[in-house]
Design a protein around this ligand. Structure first.
Ligand SMILES: [Zn+2]
Length: 109
């Protein structure tokens, strides 16, 4: 399966840059690399009406986070706390890490 390169990972702090939650920050709860989408905890919440299912749920309105396109979020740097773009850096041991283009600190620790 073709997997897109994601610039954010699960548990990253991100800022939403488009849509109704524009400017809000939250933690990445799930990523869907094959779709290039992600879910941010408590943000982009949509209300869904569900039917009652015997033995499973009573039905009603549930609130659930909808996925966002990964291009609509920016990583919030854990070092300088600013939304930033990241670059990739190769470490001596051959592993690739992301770094903050604002403060140059490594994001993946
Ligand atoms: Zn930074």
């Amino acid at each position: 399966m073709a997997t897109k390169k994601m610039h954010v990972k699960k548990n990253d702090m991100v800022m939403i840059t488009a849509g109704k939650d524009h400017g809000k920050t939250g933690k990445v709860q799930r990523v869907f690399p094959e779709k290039g989408r992600l879910v941010v905890e408590s943000l982009n919440v949509v209300k869904r009406h569900t039917r009652p299912r015997p033995g499973q749920s009573e039905g009603g309105i549930i609130e659930k986070e909808a996925s966002l396109d990964a291009s609509n979020v920016m990583l919030v740097c854990p070092s300088c706390s600013k939304p930033t773009r990241t670059g990739k850096r190769l470490l001596d041991d051959g592993s690739k890490v992301r770094f903050c283009k604002k403060c140059n600190e490594i994001v993946d620790k």
